[in-house]
Ligand binder design. Structure first.
Ligand code: HEM
Length: 317
């Protein structure tokens, strides 16, 4: 399923210009919404707006749909995602225990409630996508994740392409992508609010760029070293997933001289790297200039907000 999803995303242009256009279009919609609230007012629901913007992008690749910022049904779904994230807590460690997940009280009960509401939403959207596709002369299978999945399901060649796996893949995309990105955006804004000098410096850099070049795109990031540094420093201080995601040893291996039997749960303490005072003096202070060397942005390998995936473990034979 993972290989299939990665392959479809590549075809849909994730990580390339096509996808960036989608993100920029959503950003413009978000800016319009913020403008309508008023530039000088405090925005009470900024986090909710970030959630809607980010999940709208996921909706675009998943079903090819987009929701309005005032759509009450979508707002309720966004709320379900927020409740889910609060229930599972940092690093979702309790999800690794079937016993804890299955308890009739506490976070297990709350997360099961959220998942079933979200599943209903997905089933309806998949159904709408399916019937739209059936009526349309031009099939959208190549333009959305659900379309590509249903294409494989209808071929019937591989039993892994079934409705349960389709729902599970969509659930994972929404839950893995929305909270992570929205919180990071929100936290970055808070860092800018709390550090007016950093904000002014960033504004100067962005204004100077726009005067000469117009709106920046992802390819221009090296020309905005201070902005890049702000993003990395926000990732470092947020420590969004202090324990990464739990992995399981696929085989017997040795880690730092310890025997680790196959099937052992591995939980990397990634967060300890981010606050290491030897690498980051005064680690609790927001200092984007840490990453500026001779006027250029230089990433520090210890800041790995997306962890290293399987690569980390692949290095231990
Ligand atoms: C600021 C944004 C994000 C951060 C900081 C973040 C962080 C992470 C981390 C730390 C992991 C665990 C990696 C590992 O231990 O192997 C992970 C896994 C994952 N993330 Fe993200 N993520 C972000 C955004 C997204 C987005 C936008 C999506 C998709 C729409 C996404 C989808 C996933 C998926 C599917 C996995 C599981 C991958 C696997 O099973 O190997 N993430 N993410």
């Amino acid at each position: 399923m993972k290989q299939f999803a990665v392959g479809v995303f590549r075809e849909l242009g994730v990580g390339k210009g096509v996808f960036e256009t989608r993100i920029r279009a959503e950003t413009e919609r978000l800016m319009l919404k913020l403008d309508s609230i008023g530039g000088s007012s405090i925005c009470p629901n900024l986090m909710e707006l970030f959630y809607i913007a980010v999940s709208n992008i996921t909706c675009g690749i998943t079903f090819g749909t987009q929701f309005d910022y005032d759509d009450s049904r979508f707002k309720a779904i966004v709320n379900v995602m927020q409740t889910y994230s609060h229930s599972i807590g940092p690093s979702a460690i309790f999800l690794t225990s079937r016993l804890l997940c299955g308890l009739p009280f506490g976070p297990g009960k709350a997360t099961r409630g959220c998942l079933s509401k979200f599943k209903e939403f997905l089933e309806l959207e998949i159904e709408k996508h399916d019937s739209k596709n059936a009526c349309s002369a031009e099939k959208s299978s190549s333009t959305t994740f659900v379309g590509a999945f249903l294409g494989e399901l209808n071929k019937g060649a591989d039993e892994n392409f079934n409705k349960v796996n389709l729902i599970t893949c969509c659930l994972e995309l929404f839950f893995a992508g929305t909270e992570t990105t929205s919180i990071t955006l929100y936290f970055t804004i808070l860092c800018l609010v709390a550090n007016p000098k950093v904000r002014e410096e960033a504004q100067r850099e962005v204004d100077a760029f726009i005067i000469d070049n117009g709106m920046p795109c992802y390819g221009d990031r090296s020309k905005l070293p201070y902005v890049q540094s702000i993003i990395l420093e926000a990732h470092r201080m947020l420590i969004l997933a202090p324990l990464g995601l739990a992995h399981e040893a696929e085989r017997d291996l040795q880690l730092f001289g310890y025997d680790v039997p196959k099937g052992t749960l591995l939980v990397p303490n990634v967060g300890s790297l981010f606050m290491n005072p030897e690498m980051f003096p005064d680690p609790k202070t927001f200092k984007p200039e840490r990453y500026i060397k001779d006027g250029h942005f230089e990433a520090v390998p210890d800041v790995i907000p997306f962890s290293t995936g399987e690569f980390l473990y692949a290095s231990f034979k």
